[in-house]
Ligand binder design. Sequence first.
Ligand code: NAD
Length: 439
Amino acid sequence: MTVARQSSETQEELDFLKRTKLGFDKAIQFVHTEIKPIERGVIEFLQQPFRQLTVRFPVQMDNGSIEMFTGYRVQQSRVYEPTKGGIRYAPDVDLDLITALAFDMTLKCQVVGLPYGGAKGGVACNPKKMSRAELDRLTRRYAYEILSIIGPDTDVPAPDVGTSEREMGIIYDTYKMFSRQTPYASAVVTGKPLNLGGSKGRREATAQGGAYVLEEAVNQKHIQRLSSLKDATVVIQGYGNVGFNIANILYQDYGCRIVGICDSKGGVYSGDGLSPTEVMAYKNSNPDRSVVGFDGLRHVPQEKLLTSPCDILVPAAKETQVLGHIAKSLEADVILELANGPTTDFADQILFDKKVFMLPDILANAGGVTVSYFEWLQNKAGESWELTHVKEKLRNRMAVAYSNIVETAKRYNLDMRRAAFVFAILKATDVIQERGIFP
Ligand code: NAD
């Protein structure tokens, strides 16, 4: 399970899909040789997405012109159904990226014990350069194109980068128009507006789940150089839904000092601490929609911010951000991976050697899909839970998941990421064995 010594990332490690598959293959080999033999056919069943849909569709733009877009929906695993996973709108969306993210979803759902297989979807577009009306038309048409493979009991999308409650509301409406008789149709998507059956606490769930996992690690004294969250210093990469919410929760509920924040345009750093809401108000009010320039602070490039002094680093932007050369000069004691796939294997090994405590993505950011599961349950039962109830249930699930991964790491002498993979693979192979293969 150890990565051979090398001087920088291999091309495979820089490619998110290849890296995800590599990590999975290594973990499955470990399970096969050290824990229990897995049949070759079962390995292939787990390795290969069972459905990859690519759709190309036209959208009328505000100026009357027609533009073609490409969208995807990948359902990775049928170990459990429905499958579950977000929808991403970004220029770099392609089949490989969506497949890798769907893979992560399969593992993540097993880590937090949800009865879901993994899925992911997306459209290659630049939402920042499109009007609200254009995005609404794109969403409605994309929803129509994937309609035949989604549903409350088949595949349930949710928001991801570039999408939000608004897109989920439109997907629900489109689904409902074509599925008049379906009971509990609102369970076709999660992360909806509250009026359409969204769950209280869903918007901040990914960050909240991450905070609970971090709290467990600190309370159980697993982070050598960090004994309390009070006054702990935090740097956050990415200031969208997840980045803002984790900043706010750690600042308001745990008394952390948020010293650095960056977005795609750059960052700011202040040893005295930043107010998350003031930084967000500034970001929303300036024409660049960026944190850069907040309070007259000097501009700090993204890479420099990641290696700035702090106790806790939270990647909350996108994949492949913490590379080997950054890991070498990183000062944090713990990394809370709220983004999917931010750290390369090469960087991982360096961080492990430096005794930086890693809370890996498929554990740390699983709060989002967990509250999505709660939303799905509420929709099916026609209920609406109070926020305190949602948070209590989330806290319990994240604490159990954390203990399971720590226990797996100890039992098999693995780092936290390998342990999360191994735990998920063991669960998935058990389920396949218990269900059997149809027919
Ligand atoms: P978002 O679109 O709301 O925010 C992304 C932020 O990252 C933006 O502020 C953007 O400017 C910034 N960014 C992009 N590239 C950057 C770079 N190179 N350096 C610094 N900042 C950069 O997206 P989000 O929903 O907050 O998701 C963030 C991450 O969390 C993604 O990896 C996503 O897959 C993951 N995630 C999200 C959820 C969820 O519930 N939204 C759940 C699990 C995981």
